[in-house]
Design a protein. Structure first.
Length: 85
């Protein structure tokens, strides 16, 4: 199974939606809460090529994008392959 990382903030509906999709597939993920900023926020921006919104999602180190991007991959039938399911 692939390694999934997701940068989130508290009370973020898009973050909750992305996590729910991953959980519905039984996929574990590493969550980085950047609600209060800090070094993880800078790390997220650097890894995502300047992305400032959350969530920012990575699968096996590759930037996938946000919640809408994750859902689009799922609708296109491409997400399971990326996740190693």
């Amino acid at each position: 199974m692939s390694q999934v990382e997701i940068y989130t903030k508290a009370f973020c509906g898009y973050c909750a939606r992305a996590k729910a999709l991953l959980e519905s597939k039984g996929v574990p993920y590493e969550e980085y809460d950047i609600t209060m900023g800090g070094p993880k926020r800078g790390e997220m921006m650097e890894r995502s090529g300047g992305g400032m919104t959350v969530p920012q999602i990575f699968i096996d180190g590759a930037h996938v994008g946000g919640s809408d991007d994750l859902a689009a991959l799922d609708r296109a039938g491409k997400l399971d392959g990326l996740l190693g399911l």
